[in-house]
Design a protein around this ligand. Structure first.
Ligand SMILES: [Zn+2]
Length: 292
């Protein structure tokens, strides 16, 4: 398994280390009414802009803050009142300190602040992540839900326990009929489940079921990574994840070791479609096996 982890670490760490933020452009897409999606490098951002101000979901990497703020200013002038972090990973909270300095109130689940406040080690990446400075930490935290009443909409922020991490939140824009999924949704690809941050396959499945239960036939889902989708796309993603979970559970129950389970290639027929992103089939199988 060391080999798998080594390859994964190279794939994920090298592009970041070599990342040229100067070349990153922020792409702005209107999803519905007051809701926008911004893509640059790292987790996809969500924006609500309207009469009450600007609400931002996640903030990617610190060097991108000026570009992100410039892109938001093309939607609407004025300060970003709130930043909501969907979880603690650096490609979602990297701009927090800059946003806080610019006057934003940073909001996240209790466990996001807890992890950002202390040194972390990400097992999968074999990477130390030092504690963040005080100015980057969420100043309002919640345990289950928190609701924002702004821009003519009700934004319900719902904690999803032990899923991608132990501090995930999704954001349901009730009136706009949009759900920002954070990294609960890697659309079109196998998910990354951060086991060393408290993520589990059971939590991912329960979280996706919760998102579908909140949604209607026309709901748009913004994915933490990937293009996002409508309801059908999310249902297909859940079906793939459930299928792999069941296959791996069967192998594990029959007494197969992790190495034997990976060698059995339980994702072989799925890899062509789902294995073209960040996470390879063998790696997804390892996440599932280890969290069952
Ligand atoms: Zn993440």
């Amino acid at each position: 398994m060391k080999v798998l982890i080594g390859v994964a670490a190279m794939l994920l760490v090298l592009p970041v280390a070599a990342q040229d933020f100067d070349g990153v452009e922020i792409k702005t897409t209107r999803i519905s009414g007051h809701v926008w999606m911004l893509e640059g490098a790292g987790g996809t951002l969500g924006v609500s802009a309207g009469e009450d101000g600007i609400f931002l979901i996640d903030d990617q990497y610190a060097p991108l803050s000026p570009k992100i703020l410039a892109a938001i200013a093309t939607i609407q002038k004025g300060p970003v009142e709130f930043v909501l972090n969907t979880h603690w990973h650096g490609d979602h909270v990297g701009g927090n300190e800059n946003m806080g300095k610019a006057g934003s109130l940073i909001v996240a689940h209790d466990n996001v602040r807890a992890r950002m406040s202390t040194d972390q080690f990400m097992d999968f990446l074999q990477k130390d992540v030092p504690a963040s400075p005080k100015g980057a930490l969420p100043v309002v935290t919640f345990s289950e839900t928190v609701t924002f009443h702004i821009n003519g909409d009700t934004l319900r922020v719902v904690h999803v326990p032990a899923a991608h991490t132990d501090g995930d939140a999704l954001v349901h824009f009730a009136r706009a009929d949009v759900i920002h999924m954070g990294d609960l949704y890697f659309s079109g690809m196998y998910p990354f489940i951060d086991l060393s941050s408290g993520g589990t396959i059971g939590g991912v499945i329960a979280g996706l079921e919760k998102a579908l239960a909140l949604s209607g036939a026309k709901t748009r889902f913004i994915a933490g990574h990937g293009p996002g989708s409508g309801r059908e796309g999310l249902e297909g993603y859940l079906k793939m994840i459930r299928g792999v979970r069941n296959r791996v559970a069967e192998l594990k129950t029959s007494g197969k070791t992790l190495e034997e389970t990976v060698a059995a290639k339980p994702t072989a027929d799925l890899d062509e479609v789902w294995g073209q992103g960040w996470i390879q089939g063998d790696q997804f199988v390892e996440f599932v096996y280890r969290s069952l």
